[in-house]
Structures are given as structure tokens and as C-alpha cells.
Design a protein around this ligand. Structure first.
Ligand code: URA
Length: 201
């Protein structure tokens, strides 16, 4: 019998083991249509962990999260507050495989991957989590209110085996590409992240 995502996640004792477990997991049908498993990018020692929705076409082709247009915007936004993904950020998604045609992931698909995502956060041990967009926010905070109501607010993310971690909900960069008028709200969120990061020093 196939081991469940929860069993495989719990058995993973470090990030390398978790990555291998996700790569070998056969329980999510998205894997069959995807080219690559997209696990994470950035510095595993960074205090900041950003969590987006799912790989798109560029991410699926390259095997890294947030490398397409929205990722490039995310990088520029982070640089504006002194954060570089290779140095002081760690980036992942709530889905490890691209939904065909970039459709929105179904609740079943996010639920299947969730034990890996919780374990990912627990093993990574970030000081601060940023939830990018409605899917990551709804999935990890288990709230049905939309991102417009939740963005800009800090929540205690109850991470199994780790405890409460401060988490900020913010707009997804791909939404900002479509609706640049909302960039001023995201700028406020970035300043809030910067101030939390500074308070860790
Ligand atoms: N959008 C996401 O949510 N994640 C990616 O990795 C790329 C685009």
C-alpha cells in the first residue's frame, strides 16, 4: 500500500529527506501532468519563508518556484526591503506541481499536499512566514474570508511540531501584475515585514 502524505512527511527528518519524499510521492494527480516537482528555492537558514500557490509554466520547466514574471516582481519587491532569495529568503508553494493550464488548484489537491507543507515549515523553522495570495492564505490559515480582507494582517500560524509562527497575509505578485493599483497596499505589507525582520536582529 502507498504510504500517505502524512506518513511520508512525518518520517522526513530534514529538508533533504522531505524533498525526496515529495519527489517520490505518487498521491497527487498533478504530478502526472507536470514536468518537474517544484520544492523550494533560497536559503534554508533564512528567517523569512514565503509561501505561494503553485508552480506556473516557467517554474514547471525550470523546477524552481517563482522564476516567471510574478517571481521576478516578487524578487524586486523583496530587494526593496533588503531581502534577496539567495541570501535571506526561502520560497515555496502549497502545491509542488503545476496545475494544467495554470488553473486554480482544487481543495482536494491542496489538502493532499498539506501534510508536506506543514512539515516543510516545521523543518525549515522560519521566524516569519509570508503567505502570498488567497490560496496559500486560505489553505494555511483555514479561513474562508478573501485575501482582500486578510491582507496586511499578522496571524499566528499554528505549525504542527513547531508552534505558533507569525504569518503575514499579502497579495500574490501575479495579482499585482494584473492590478498594479494595489501595489501601494503591498508596499505597506513589505514595510511591515521589514520591521518584523529588523526586530529579530
Ligand atoms: N505563482 C506561485 O504561486 N508560485 C510560483 O512558484 C509561481 C507563480
Amino acid at each position: 500500500m502507498l504510504a500517505s502524505a502524512k506518513e511520508m512527511a512525518d518520517a522526513s527528518k530534514d529538508l533533504a529527506a522531505l524533498r525526496a519524499a515529495v519527489e517520490s510521492f505518487d498521491g497527487c494527480s498533478l504530478r502526472r501532468t507536470a514536468t518537474h516537482t517544484v520544492f523550494a528555492d533560497g536559503n534554508p537558514e533564512a528567517p523569512l519563508m514565503l509561501i505561494g500557490e503553485a508552480p506556473g509554466a516557467d517554474e514547471d520547466r525550470i523546477g524552481l518556484p517563482f522564476v516567471g514574471r510574478s517571481g521576478q516582481l516578487l524578487d524586486r519587491m523583496l530587494v526593496a526591503i533588503g531581502v534577496r532569495r539567495t541570501e535571506n529568503a526561502y520560497i515555496t508553494n502549497v502545491l509542488f506541481w503545476r496545475p494544467p493550464g495554470n488553473r486554480k488548484p482544487t481543495p482536494e489537491e491542496t489538502a493532499i499536499c498539506l501534510p508536506f507543507v506543514w512539515r516543510h515549515i516545521a523543518l525549515k523553522r522560519p521566524k516569519i512566514v509570508v503567505l502570498c495570495g488567497g490560496t496559500a492564505t486560505a489553505t494555511l490559515l483555514n479561513r474562508s474570508d478573501g485575501i482582500t480582507r486578510l491582507r496586511g494582517r499578522w496571524f499566528d500560524l499554528s505549525v504542527p511540531d513547531l508552534g505558533p509562527i507569525p504569518a503575514l497575509a499579502t497579495y500574490h505578485p501575479s495579482f499585482l501584475l494584473r492590478a498594479p493599483a494595489h501595489k501601494s497596499e503591498s508596499w505597506r505589507d513589505l514595510l511591515s515585514i521589514q520591521s518584523r525582520l529588523n526586530s529579530l536582529k
